[in-house]
Write a protein that binds this ligand. Structure first.
Ligand code: ADP
Ligand code: ASP
Ligand code: MG
Length: 456
């Protein structure tokens, strides 16, 4: 077995769900690791489809029969991979899979008796726990010294289930103690997305959170590079699923890529670049299916800073408009509104104000089944002002450079879509973006038209 040569440069490689979906996909990823000995720490997502099954399993209205079917389907995805390994390895892994699935069944039963967000997180974590064990063995099968590592030993978080915050200091300390020594002669395979609170309960960092886990780990182990391996050959000028005119970007600055992630480009979890920026760790994004095609380099300084870099789209936005004549020439009104929002842990995305009204947007993170703006929130706001809530909106963000001062921007962007009803526009706070809300039904055609006019 090849053991890893000690080199000064360490890359953290993250493989998303489609990259570890089946045996062939895992094998391609294993070869990516083998071909570059700088790859020492591997962070994996759950095999494609598994987290969605687990989300369904964790819901309140799932029937016992459905629970059984889901757990069986997850088992099938995983044993379809292990069957390609040597029979003793397969038997050992299948035993581990079965015992994890038994544990999962117990959690599902607990959840049907009493639904909690704590059990939801315990359930959601199984996808990564399964895929990481299997991937370590796929590495070994091609002669790489892969070893499974439980990330919960180092990824300590608060108890905010579903969007837990990581304790960066503990992560760094625990990594120095428990993880860094192993990287000297092994390729360590660990889980993205999951963590553990101070009482030992499993937590998760939010859907798509494996990118963020990988970036945090790269920071904590003083990694030199972070590679995000996914199903597209880099970051595109817009989501290639919306228009086939989208094209891959060779280089992009941290600032621009962070804006893209924040404004919904699914390619990166919104928080991914925060640790990378803190430590100036260059990030590569490429396709594990076609590693030879290269990808996008995200770094501090890039050669060109075009006015228009990309268009991002974030669906399922909620617009709340609060209106009160008491706001006119008065102070403290907004503070009261924000106190209510803070109490319910609601984070506001965009704000526009007029003399007596304020419009605020909120993100409904994908996977959440109900609006974050509950009747209780509305009732509390109504104590202060008139409130209206609109759903079914999408946020379109044009990302680039110098957007606060470049001339002709309004014309280039809004003339192209002058047949569309635009609900709210935000421009001015950041030189890197202009964003606006449109009806969900118009969103794809708005992005397509804008892309044609700004990038062709
Ligand atoms: P993974 O499972 O590897 O984390 P994701 O599905 O989370 O992969 O992210 C990859 C997907 O992001 C792509 O398949 C693509 O549809 C979508 N995407 C959205 N915006 C962009 C963009 N600007 N460039 C590339 N891909 C994008
Ligand atoms: N498996 C988790 C999800 O599907 C985390 C991730 O893939 O990044 O959201
Ligand atoms: Mg992702």
């Amino acid at each position: 077995m090849n053991s890893v040569q000690s080199t000064s440069s360490i890359t953290v490689a993250k493989f998303g769900g489609t990259s570890v979906a089946d045996f062939q996909a895992m094998l391609r990823c294993a070869n990516i690791i083998k071909n570059d000995t700088r790859n020492r720490l591997v962070v994996v997502s759950a095999s494609a489809g598994v987290t969605n099954y687990l989300v369904r399993l964790s819901q309140q209205n799932v029937t016992v029969n459905e629970q059984k079917d889901i757990i069986e389907s997850i088992g099938v995805i995983q044993v379809n991979i292990t069957q390609h390994l040597a029979s003793d390895v397969e038997a050992d892994l299948n035993q581990q899979i079965n015992s994890l699935l038994d544990e999962l069944t117990q959690h599902a039963l607990t959840q049907s008796l009493q639904y909690t967000s704590k059990t939801t997180d315990a359930i959601l974590a199984f996808g990564e726990q399964l895929s990481s064990r299997i991937f370590a063995q796929v590495l070994q099968s091609i002669g790489v010294a892969g070893e499974y590592f439980n990330v919960q030993q180092v990824m300590k978080t608060n108890s905010l289930h579903g969007k837990a915050m990581v304790d960066i200091k503990q992560l760094s300390e625990q990594c120095s103690l428990l993880l860094a020594p192993k990287l000297l002669d092994k390729v360590i395979v660990t889980q993205g997305f999951i963590g553990q609170d101070s009482q030992g309960h499993t937590t998760t960092l939010g859907r798509g959170g494996s990118d963020y886990s990988a970036a945090l780990l790269a920071e904590a182990i003083n990694g030199d590079n972070l590679s995000i391996w996914t199903d597209v050959v880099g970051i595109f000028t817009t989501d290639p699923r919306i228009t086939d005119q989208a094209r891959a970007i060779k280089e992009i600055s941290f600032g621009e890529a962070a804006e893209m992630a924040t404004f919904g480009a699914k390619i990166l979890h919104p928080a991914t670049l925060i640790p990378a920026i803190r430590r100036n760790i260059p990030v590569f994004v490429g396709s594990s299916k076609e590693p030879e095609k290269g990808g996008t380099q995200i770094k501090q300084k890039v050669e060109s800073n075009p006015t228009y870099r990309s268009i991002a789209l974030r669906r399922e936005q909620t617009l709340v408009t609060v209106k009160s004549p008491a706001m006119l020439h008065a102070s403290g009104f907004l503070a009261k509104v924000f106190t209510v929002l803070a109490k319910h842990e609601l984070s506001v995305d965009l704000i526009t104000t007029s003399e007596i009204s304020v419009a605020l947007t909120f993100d409904n993170p994908s996977g959440s089944t109900q609006s974050l703006i509950t009747n209780t929130v509305v009732a509390e706001l109504e104590q202060l002002c008139e409130v209206s809530v609109e759903h079914g909106l999408s946020l379109v963000a044009v990302i680039g450079n110098g957007l606060t001062c470049a001339k002709g921007i309004g014309q280039s962007i809004f003339e192209t879509i002058n047949d569309i009803n635009i609900r709210l526009i935000c421009h001015g706070a950041s030189a890197n973006n202009i964003c606006f809300l449109v009806a969900e039904a118009d969103a794809n055609s708005v992005v397509e038209k804008l892309h044609n006019s700004l990038f062709s």
